[in-house]
Structures are given as structure tokens and as C-alpha cells.
Design a protein around this ligand. Structure first.
Ligand SMILES: CC(C)(COP(=O)(O)OP(=O)(O)OC[C@H]1O[C@@H](n2cnc3c(N)ncnc32)[C@H](O)[C@@H]1OP(=O)(O)O)[C@@H](O)C(=O)NCCC(=O)NCCS
Length: 186
């Protein structure tokens, strides 16, 4: 194992004056509001969305099913956990008639007027269909409903897809931080 540092950006968006009343979701998909019985599905979806991604090196728990379950339990148990900003994306597969979980986002109220997005992730085969944007917007609407005016998140600097999405939704970089992590030798 070797120690390394990952460059990350703190990004923020000001929600004042924004209107998220019309959040579109692609046909065949729906967003389910938080309910405690969905905790394990959020954890599974988090694992499927992140385990092959760069962030699984930055945060090893994201590369592990049990790690994602522990993380999800921690998030849901926090004092500032915000159900309004926590959503699960579901695909109603017409061929199997089985619902498939395909995206997740969670939000916290950090108690200083700011909301914080924990992890937004979409399972690879469902990417590029607008789900990441729908999850993000639905969460931002939830933060707004909870009375928060600003929302922050952290993103790995090389995660160009996520950064592009965040910029399009009005987030701006306010700070660069470095996260230490242990990575396996390649
Ligand atoms: C980032 C992520 C959530 C985007 O989800 P998605 O459902 O594919 O995104 P959408 O289809 O809603 O696309 C919305 C925007 O994201 C950006 N985007 C998505 N995929 C992209 C790609 N491969 N390359 C560049 N930009 C991309 C674009 O700005 C896109 O808007 P546009 O198509 O109008 O230009 C998804 O790629 C993912 O889960 N990645 C792995 C987990 C992760 O890194 N999460 C972010 C942690 S901070």
C-alpha cells in the first residue's frame, strides 16, 4: 500500500431564487422519497454506483458492500439527516416487471444554514439518461423546502462528469482540499 493525496473541490450552490418545482424524470424511472426501510437499497445502489469508480480509492468504504451499508447507516443516524434531500431512483423494467434500484442521493443539514450532499451515484448501465440531474435537482428542492439557502458538496477533481453536472446546476468551486488515502500499488 502507498499513501497518496486526492485533489478535491468543495463546490457550493445558492438556492435563493431557484425553482425546482418541475423536476423531470426520464420515462420508465421514478424517484422514491426516503423511508427507513429503503436504507439497504440505498446502500446497495451506492455500492453498485461507486465500487468501480475513482471515489472507491478515495473512500475505500465505497468499494465494499458492507462499507456502503455502514456508511448509509451512519448518514441516516446523523442529527442533521434530511429525508427531504434523500432519494432513491428506481427503474420499472417493463420486461421483467421488477423494479430495479439505479440511483441514490442523500442530504444533511449541517446546522450552519448549509445543506450538504453526501453521495450522488447512478448505476453504470443507467447513466446518461438524466437521472443524476433529476436526483440532484430533487435533493436541491428538498434542501430548499427545509429552509436552507446554500448547499455544498465535495468532488474529486478528476471526476469530470460529476463536475460538469454540478456546474450546469449552478455549483461553483469555493475551495480546493486534499484527501489523504492509502492505495494499493498498481
Ligand atoms: C456523476 C453521475 C452521478 C452522473 O449521472 P448520470 O445519470 O449519468 O448524469 P445525467 O445523465 O443526469 O447527466 C447530467 C450531466 O452530467 C454530466 N455528465 C454525465 N456523464 C458525463 C460524461 N460521461 N462526461 C461528461 N459529462 C457527463 C453532463 O453535464 C450531463 O449533462 P449534458 O448531458 O446535458 O451535458 C454518474 O456518472 C455517477 O454515478 N458516477 C459515479 C459516482 C460519482 O462519481 N458520483 C459523484 C460523486 S461527487
Amino acid at each position: 500500500m502507498a499513501s497518496t493525496y486526492f485533489k478535491r473541490y468543495r463546490m457550493e450552490v445558492d438556492l435563493r431564487g431557484r425553482d425546482f418545482s418541475e423536476v423531470e424524470v426520464s420515462p420508465g424511472y421514478r424517484l422514491a422519497a426516503w423511508a427507513p426501510e429503503l436504507l439497504e437499497l440505498h446502500a446497495q445502489t451506492k455500492f453498485l454506483s461507486f465500487h468501480d469508480e475513482m471515489d472507491a480509492h478515495v473512500f475505500p468504504c465505497l468499494g465494499d458492500r458492507m462499507g456502503c451499508l455502514r456508511l448509509m447507516r451512519e448518514i441516516a443516524a446523523k442529527a442533521g439527516f434530511l429525508p427531504e434531500a434523500t432519494w432513491l431512483a428506481i427503474f420499472d423494467d417493463p420486461e421483467t416487471s421488477q423494479p430495479e434500484n439505479c440511483g441514490t442521493i442523500q442530504g444533511l443539514d449541517t446546522r450552519n444554514g448549509y445543506g450538504s450532499i453526501q453521495n450522488v451515484g447512478v448505476v453504470p448501465r443507467h447513466r446518461g439518461r438524466g437521472l443524476g440531474r433529476s436526483l440532484l435537482r430533487r435533493a436541491l428542492e428538498g434542501f430548499q423546502r427545509a429552509g436552507l439557502c446554500c448547499v455544498s458538496l465535495e468532488v474529486t477533481a478528476e471526476n469530470h462528469a460529476a463536475i460538469r453536472l454540478y456546474r450546469q446546476e449552478g455549483f461553483v468551486v469555493v475551495k480546493t482540499v486534499f484527501k489523504a488515502a492509502e492505495v494499493a500499488y498498481l
